[in-house]
Design a protein around this ligand. Structure first.
Ligand code: AP5
Ligand code: MG
Ligand code: ZN
Length: 216
């Protein structure tokens, strides 16, 4: 099962990705999480990525594509994977297709989680994330069981630096200009499925499962 999650910032991609990856036993690959890990470890990649992420802009394709290709070459991706936040430009989508073509493979589903702009600010400003595994929480909609601690790995829960109102607005603009064209790209390939992301988390997950079915 090879799946892509598309949708604006705050649509719930990361939240659904954790649930999908558990249910279908496929690795959850989030380029945002990979960059944030590199930032916290102050690697050369992290230092470069940080300047773009703090402004809400995309990290250049040259830096992003290689990381994903390397990650997809790992053994754990052989039976499938879930990409969250990649591809984000047509160039990245073409690079992914080229990589999969070379393995005689292709994407099964591109799931677009649709959430209108007016929901997004409240979701983002109330979001908290696990510093260690990247799991998303929300102070109102999805608080962790123990305050300040991740349900999945007991990691510390923090607020993302790019979750300010100003940066979220920039990220939404970047999404409309650079990522939204991928909707047509995957429609043309007959792999797009649109999911209404405005209902509560488990209801959205139910809709995802209805599309993906029960097979592993
Ligand atoms: P990334 O980390 O991918 O951020 P994003 O796309 O902006 O998306 P988010 O993580 O903000 O939102 P999400 O859809 O995962 O929502 P979540 O589940 O957390 O990227 C960050 C940056 O890295 C980019 O700006 C860019 O600079 C760089 N980058 C990453 N990938 C790149 C690439 N491929 N190319 C170039 N640059 C790249 O949910 C949000 C909140 O809502 C949470 O609080 C959650 O609890 C809550 N929530 C979720 N679902 C529901 C629901 N159904 N009802 C109520 N609340 C909900
Ligand atoms: Mg996310
Ligand atoms: Zn965690």
């Amino acid at each position: 099962m090879k799946i892509i999650l598309l949708g604006p910032p705050g649509a719930g991609k990361g939240t659904q990705a954790k649930l999908i990856s558990q249910k279908y036993s496929i690795p959850h690959i989030s380029t945002g999480d990979i960059f944030r890990k590199n930032i916290s470890e102050q690697t050369p990649l992290g230092i470069k990525a940080k300047s773009y992420m703090d402004k809400g802009q995309l990290v250049p394709d040259e830096l992003t594509i290689d990381i994903v290709n390397d990650r997809l070459a790992n053994d754990d991706c052989k039976k499938g994977f879930l990409l969250d936040g990649f591809p984000r430009t047509v160039k990245q989508a073409e690079a992914l297709d080229k990589f999969l073509d070379s393995k005689d493979s292709k994407i099964d589903n591109a799931l677009l989680i649709e959430v209108p702009r007016e929901f997004i600010l409240e979701r983002m400003t109330g979001r908290r994330v696990c510093k260690d595994c990247g799991a998303s929480y929300h102070i109102k909609f999805n608080p962790p069981k123990i305050e300040g601690k991740c349900d999945l790995c007991c990691g510390k829960i923090i607020q993302r630096k790019d979750d300010t109102e100003e940066t979220v607005k920039e990220r939404l603009d970047v999404y409309s200009k650079q990522t939204a064209p991928l909707i047509q790209y995957y429609k043309n390939k007959d792999s797009l499925c649109v999911i209404d992301g405005t209902s509560e988390i488990n209801e959205v997950f139910q809709k995802v499962c209805n599309i993906l079915g029960s097979d592993k």
